[in-house]
Design a protein around this ligand. Structure first.
Ligand code: ADP
Ligand code: ZN
Ligand code: ZN
Length: 743
């Protein structure tokens, strides 16, 4: 029996600062059962007891104040549709579906109020002729001064640029700017108040004649927007097929109707080129939200959105919560990207939250991808999302020819190098011709799984059909159910003693490549070489300008960059991401391989790709080599259905952390019992976490599956009730609904 919750925490006006100081109110009998988290209520306030509007952010069984002194809530208030109230509703949605506290959820949807000191607005103006600027640019590029080069390039595009844009969006230091000022290339002008980071250029767009495919999509979605019956859409089209152009056209129509648009893109895709396209078309009605903005700037952006000073915001997942007064369109580009899932509580998925926001505001939701997530594509099958395709690449270039190389065969023929003979041959050919190549090390999700180098066998959990992870002390363990076996000495399938995963890093690959091709010019890109956004752009631009023959990198290099001179892509070990221990391994592998292969042959010369793998018959590898999304989808959906994984079924992970083994396992067991007592819940665990004790914390995980996501949300609320009696200083619980990365 749970106690009735008759006390409410109410915040009087909505702002993040007030969150920590809610006021306690009593819920009178007549309102009992009618008040929920996020409810809008009228409460007596202050000495005079004037009625004020407030929002319920917490419900309790007991009052933390003297109950006799606690005032009653006066009434439920009519909800209006203001952006603020919508934020509260979104927070309530986040809390209910993904767990955590109302305060945590509100922190996601509300910007911190920070007073921004008014700073001088400075403008940087070019002083030299274009000719002179060009020669400075060439010199800067030769000397690898990429920040300087970016600034010069920007000045060539536009003579006068706001100082903050240069230091912020372009990532150029004040030093670099003053250096150029001293050499007479530019001057810094102090200007009057301005708002837009970039002035709209004359060539206001819309000049492109849309292709037939693009036009059909724009007409169909545009009609729905016009008739106020916008729904959800997926544009499935390879990179370069003109999706962004479609988004912009739809945004233009949205604005023409007096509404606003949110454009979500993965943080890594927030490049200067992308932003410039939007600025050129929409000028100062666009604003950008990214992780480099300070809290003050973010707050400022939200104010501008609220006041109707901007119509479009572009940014990663947090941009979804921009408080536009009349939202008309949400665009979510590269919707399959895993960065759309928040990794901190509440661990929400942007696609799901965007769908909810679209529903409550009546806005349209347009998803775009070259390799749609199973979730989105499956929804098009069910008719929840309308599917459109773009099949042509508008800038030319054909899909590359793909060779799949069986690494087991290579080993049998005595080749122990990390480069197959085919890849060596093609690399030599490209180096001869002065063309470029990319070598891709697929390390995504790599978590110490074990496979046989001779027959390709991967050690898997017999219950969960995911690979087992190797642990200290030579044991193999399943992350889902805790199944454990000692590490076998020889392959259970063929008896070989070559049991190891492909362990080379990019550095080793570079070294081996240099041994093989002395004098080869290489660039490396992985988490170690890319510490800052600046170095990321630097490496890419160096490679684009031909400063290296081969770019070696992890998944970072396969994201939508265009390198017209790349005619060969080598995937060194396609299986690494297949071996990862979660149910999305095949999907991730398929996406990465498809993207990697798509890098070759963007220019006029047709490209080739080599996929090296121990599992040439794995469907993710086969369908990626054939660039056959449908084929992959069918097979993968079957696997998800059999395993009871999303999008067919849904999965809630309950993670329990604690100081003592006893306390942690005790709480985990109690939570599991609650779950097991619910009808239709399939419960796995509790199992000790992957690395059971990390940083002096014990961890247990419980996996619960159910076909109806709402049932999982309900049962999660029940766990919350039980947890209320638990001291969070000793044990703590986190929820992850339909996880993207399993720990
Ligand atoms: P995606 O977003 O699918 O990668 P983009 O919209 O960026 O595709 O288009 C790829 C390239 O093709 C861009 O350089 C864009 O300017 C160009 N493009 C797009 N639509 C057209 C069109 N209708 N006519 C000519 N070029 C186009
Ligand atoms: Zn074997
Ligand atoms: Zn298992």
């Amino acid at each position: 029996m749970t106690e009735e919750k008759r006390y409410a925490d109410v915040i009087i006006d909505v702002s993040l600062e007030k969150l920590d100081r809610p006021f306690g109110y009593h819920i009178p009998d007549r309102l009992n059962g009618k008040i929920d988290l996020g409810s809008c209520v009228m409460v007596p306030f202050g000495k005079a007891n004037t009625l004020r509007k407030g929002y319920v952010v917490g419900l309790n069984a007991h009052s933390s104040y003297d109950p006799a002194m606690t005032k009653d809530i006066a009434s439920l208030a009519e909800k209006s549709t203001s952006a603020e109230e919508r934020s509260l509703e979104m927070a309530a949605f986040l809390r209910r579906n993904y767990g955590g506290t109302m305060a945590q959820a509100l922190k996601v949807v509300l910007p911190a109020k920070v007073t921004v000191k008014s700073i001088e607005k400075k403008q940087v103006q070019a002083l030299m002729s274009r000719q002179e600027l060009y020669s400075l640019l060439a010199e800067a590029e030769r000397k690898h001064q990429s920040a300087k080069a970016r600034l010069l390039q920007a000045l060539l595009d536009q003579e006068s640029i706001p100082y903050e844009w240069i230091t912020g969006k372009l990532g150029v230091s004040g030093q670099t700017i003053s250096g150029l000022e001293r050499s007479g290339a530019l001057r810094i002008q102090v200007t009057e108040v301005y708002r837009s980071p970039v002035k709209a250029t004359e060539e206001k767009a819309g000049e492109l004649t849309l292709s037939r495919g693009q036009r059909e999509i724009v007409e169909a979605i545009g009609r729905d927007l016009q008739e106020e019956k916008a729904g959800k859409y997926l544009i499935f089209g390879i990179t370069g097929s003109g999706k962004t152009e479609v988004y912009m056209e739809l945004i233009a129509r949205t604005i023409a109707m007096g509404k606003q648009a949110i454009v979500l893109i993965p943080e890594i895709a927030l490049t200067y080129q992308t932003l410039m396209r939007f600025y050129q078309r929409f000028g100062d009605r666009v604003s950008v939200m990214n992780s480099t903005l300070s809290a003050g700037e973010k707050y400022d952006q939200c104010q501008r959105a609220k006041n109707g000073e901007i119509d479009i915001i572009i940014g990663p997942r947090s941009a979804l919560f921009t408080p536009f007064p009349n939202l008309g369109l949400i665009v979510m580009d590269e919707e399959h990207e895993s960065s759309y899932k928040s990794e901190t509580t509440p661990k929400y998925h942007t696609r799901e939250v965007a769908a909810h926001l679209a529903e409550i505001t009546g806005a349209g939701l347009v998803l775009g991808s070259a390799t749609p997530s199973l979730e989105a594509y499956e929804a098009t099958r069910r008719g929840d999302i309308r599917l459109f395709r773009l099949t042509e690449r508008l800038t030319g270039g054909e899909l590359p020819r793909v060779h799949t190389v069986d690494l087991r065969q290579e080993l049998r023929s005595g080749n122990r190098s990390i480069f197959s003979r085919k890849l060596q041959e093609l690399l030599a050919d490209r180096l001869n011709k002065g063309e470029q190549a990319m070598l891709f090390l697929n390390r995504r999700g790599y978590a110490g799984f074990l496979s046989c180098r001779e027959c390709g066998e991967v050690m898997k959990c017999p219950h969960c059909d995911v690979s087992l992870s190797e642990h200290y002390g030579g044991r193999l363990q399943c992350h889902y159910c805790g199944y454990e076996i000692p590490r076998p000495a020889v392959c259970p399938s063929c008896g070989s003693k070559y049991l190891a995963a492909f362990k080379a890093g990019t550095e080793q690959i570079e070294e081996k490549l240099r041994q093989l091709f002395p004098g080869v010019r290489t660039l490396r890109m992985d988490r170690d070489t890319v510490r800052t956004k600046d170095s990321y752009e630097k490496i890419l631009s160096a490679f684009r300008s031909g400063e290296a023959d081969v770019l070696i990198g992890t998944q970072m290099i396969v994201k939508g960059h265009d390198f017209p001179k790349v005619t060969l892509v080598g995937v060194l070990a396609a299986d690494l991401s297949l071996g990862s221990n979660d149910y999305r391994a095949a999907e991730r592998t398929f996406q990465l391989l498809t993207q990697a292969v798509g890098r070759a042959g963007r220019g006029q010369i047709p490209g080739e790709a080599v996929i090296q793998t121990y599992q040439p018959d794995h469907y993710a590898v086969k369908f990626a080599a054939e660039q056959d999304y449908e084929g992959f989808f069918e097979e993968e959906l079957l696997y998800r259905e059999l395993g009871g994984y999303p999008p067919v079924s849904h999965l809630l992970v309950v993670q329990v952390f604690g100081k003592t083994e006893e306390g942690t396992s005790e709480l985990a067991k109690r939570l599991a019992n609650v779950l097991k007592s619910e009808e239709g819940m399939r419960v796995l665990g509790p199992a000790p976490g992957t690395i059971a004790k990390v940083r002096d914390q014990f961890r247990y995980a419980i996996y619960v599956k159910h076909d109806d996501p709402q049932r999982l949300a309900d049962v999660r609320e029940q766990l919350d009730l039980l947890l209320r009696e638990w001291d969070p200083r000793n044990e703590m619980v986190q929820f992850d609904f339909d996880p993207v990365n399993i720990l």
